[in-house]
Design a protein around this ligand. Sequence first.
Ligand SMILES: [Zn+2]
Length: 131
Amino acid sequence: MTKCPCCSGKDFADCCQPHLLLKVKPLSARAMVRARYCAYALGAGTYRDFLVRTWHPGTPQKVNAADLTNDNLQWTGLEIISAEQKGEGARVEFKATFNDSAGKLHTHHEISLFRREQGVWLYVDGRVSES
Ligand SMILES: [Zn+2]
């Protein structure tokens, strides 16, 4: 069995994989952050459908196909710092680490906002602070 890339310690098949295959809806925004992280970590090209579908339709599409298929980055870890849910909205703060194509380590520190629509958590926006 393969451990899930989201650092949950669970097997991929019991963690984010069913979400990425669009078989099971993540029940929380926290689970959505994990699944979206995995989509990037595993090569966003593979799970492009998942990323596109979990984008809130009212969000200006800052991401284009080139970004989603950028496999030059090697994602190395995810740490969820906090997750709050209020009604149909949620806010998740996390840090994800990656190596760029030159092998330099970066930390992507983001506060993501989610909105639940028809039982599905959708990514609305994120505030990024490079640290
Ligand atoms: Zn996972």
